[in-house]
Design a protein around this ligand. Sequence first.
Ligand code: S3P
Length: 193
Amino acid sequence: MNTQSTRVFSNIVLIGFMGVGKSSCGRLLAQELGFQFLDTDQRIRNSMNSTIPEIFAKYGEATFRAQERELVLQTIPTLTNTVISTGGGMGATAEYLDIMRQNSLLVHLCLPPKDIYERIKKNKNRPLLQTPDPLESICELLKKRLPIYHTADVEITTLNRSIPQIVFQIILQFQRYKPLTSANDSTSYPESH
Ligand code: S3P
């Protein structure tokens, strides 16, 4: 009997830092694959009927993180054929990646800190970067988060690439992994990195 644990997935989870393009790429990726699309920030905004800054200000970050936790524990395990764009903190939680890895290909979208800063500097929707020195905040957060982001199955830079180009890269990787992990396929794929 094969005792190695195997992964069977039909979802794609996009993880990575704020501003790397997870939501924009996720939306087009879902469209191209004919998949459902779940944007975790959007789901939380809708369920609390508030913007992210309002949630942080009115209820505190812990309430927002509890909503993320519920999505990872209760909702994501039930999904199939879905592209999931996560908030930057959700994909930086190793425990969550272990859960999502069970039914999803994990794709890390990445950008250098300076480019993240250029993209987010005028945006007021990210409470963690409303600091006197946002570039420094980006670097500090990345230092903690990158080792976890790096455990994704696939890493793709979004630097100097259009959204369709990034989506194309993700689809290539998904097709490469997918046949090896399909529930209908007799070939099993050992869980590894
Ligand atoms: C956060 C990232 C944000 C949002 C919240 C917290 C983070 O999402 O979930 O502001 O901790 O990195 P994006 O990555 O979509 O900006």
